[in-house]
Write a protein of this length. Structure first.
Length: 476
């Protein structure tokens, strides 16, 4: 018999949050010493699906789970405080992909094989650009490294459009940003909706808001932040591709609410559900609610498509945005094993199938076909699978926290129009040079030397510091 589920309000670090206690009477079978797990999670579009999954875990195992829910911006600071104070509050750390290198680099989480030497990665679990691995030598994702986390949910962005408005104005589903902007112009001229396009333009204090939407645009142009990650960390965000993405960000933002600094993920979702926006982009975890008649005034009218390309020959801009489940350092052996058991359960085919049915985005590749899904769920999950063919990695550097402080500030200013895309992206590149130089990562900047041969003088510019003059010339 299952006890009644309880909800309680908890104060942590001065912040009000809600914790779900899923409890049950002891099972008749033998149980491990650990009778309760404490985990953290953020307020997100996939939270309700995850809550239901946690309750399934308790029903099956008899282990109580205390799920502490935080606002997104407070997630990383809360975990860092717990680590620095050696509180060891949590049995499982759950955090944004953005920090999947920071945590192992600082030895805040343990390799899975140190808990279970026989641990193996199920090949049906998505890799998300080798997201789960950590190579301490390269200090980056590398399948030759250790498994330090597993993917909780499979987010990327999805392009949304109002099917009824597209039909009314005889618009076609766009595949490039030029087509998106052309549609937006026609929608604006027709005056059929408040916002022809809506996108996250608000900066957050911890993590990624406007940055996450921007990097999908950046990927669609084939751009990247650094010259060659793992070898040369020279920032190149002011490249042709980075500038084009910044220009597109500003162009899209012009079609949305004028108070750009107030538009975060929740506002984008609310605008689409209220019928105030004709096009937009959100994480896939929000897709299920778009056509939910309880939550949406335009249920059944919202279509889903793979994110657009930056050019006809480019790939669609699809960037991973999963959440990590990891095992904190400093736990007892019993707690470590219980944590790994929980993670394995969540990633099992049975659990991931239920997660998909509850409205979550599964991280396994073998559950969608057999899941009991609604027509809407099959629709957006089919788009999700198409987009995964083009997925590129998210920001996940060890210096992600200071990097994101720079990207959020600069990109929010570009979206708002307080700086030009060119000026903003150049300022961001300069910020990132400072961020990387504060680390021990190699930055092979261009260096210029002057070489002379008799009365003749030339300048030589190369990448790196080891630059030599041509034969017959000497360095001045």
């Amino acid at each position: 018999m299952i006890k009644a589920r309880k909800w309680r309000k908890v104060a942590v670090a001065g912040t009000a949050l809600f914790a779900i206690l899923a409890t049950s009477l002891p099972m008749s079978i033998a149980q491990a010493e650990v009778k309760k797990l404490t985990i953290n999670v953020n307020q997100s579009p996939w939270l309700n699906a995850y809550k239901k999954l946690v309750l399934d875990y308790t029903k099956e195992t008899g282990i109580e789970v205390d799920v502490r829910v935080f606002p997104y911006a407070e997630m990383r600071p809360t975990l860092v405080t717990d680590i620095q104070a050696s509180n060891r509050t949590y049995d499982v750390y759950q955090y944004d992909e953005l920090f999947t290198h920071e945590f192992p680099n600082n030895k805040w989480v343990k390799p899975f094989k140190s808990v279970d030497p026989n641990f193996k990665v199920d090949p049906n679990i998505g890799s998300y650009g080798n997201f789960i691995y950590w190579n301490p030598t390269k200090r980056f994702s590398d399948p030759k490294g250790d498994v330090m986390s597993m993917p909780l949910n499979g987010n990327t962005n999805v392009f949304l459009y109002r099917k009824d408005i597209y039909e009314q104005l005889k618009l076609t589903v766009p595949t490039t940003w030029d087509e998106v902007l052309a549609n937006a112009a026609k929608i604006k001229a027709a005056k059929v909706v408040k916002y022809p396009y809506i996108i996250r333009t608000q900066a957050t204090t911890s993590g990624a808001s406007v940055t996450y939407d921007y990097i999908h645009i950046l990927a669609s142009y084939g751009g990247r932040f650094f010259n060659k990650q793992g070898e040369d960390w020279l920032p190149i965000i002011n490249s042709t591709e980075g500038r084009a993405a910044a220009t597109t960000l500003r162009a899209l933002a012009k079609y949305g609410p004028p108070a750009t600094n107030t538009i975060g993920q929740n506002q984008v979702i609310a605008a689409m559900q209220a019928g105030d926006a004709a096009q937009g982009q959100v994480v896939f975890a929000a897709a299920n609610a778009m056509n939910d008649p309880v939550a949406s005034k335009v249920a059944g009218k919202i279509g889903f498509a793979v994110m657009p390309k930056g050019c006809p020959t480019c790939n669609p801009g699809v960037v991973s945005g999963t959440w990590a489940m990891a095992i904190p350092t400093g736990l007892t052996s019993e707690r470590e094993k219980a944590a790994l058991s929980y993670i394995n359960w969540v990633l099992s085919k049975k659990a991931q199938t239920k997660f998909a049915e509850y409205g979550g985005i599964p991280t396994r590749t073998d559950v969608i076909a057999d899941a009991n899904l609604t027509a809407t769920q099959r629709d957006y999950l089919a788009v999700y699978q198409k987009g995964m063919e083009f997925v590129s990695e998210n920001i996940r550097q060890t210096f992600a926290a200071p990097m994101l402080t720079a990207t959020e500030t600069r990109l929010a200013a570009i979206a708002a129009g307080t700086v030009t895309p060119l000026a903003g992206i150049n300022a961001l590149n300069a910020d990132l040079v400072k961020v990387v130089k504060a680390t021990t990562f190699a930055v092979n900047e261009k260096t210029t030397i002057t070489c002379v041969k008799g009365d003749r003088q030339i300048s030589v510019t190369r990448m790196g510091a080891d630059i030599k003059c041509p034969p017959g010339y000497t360095k001045k």
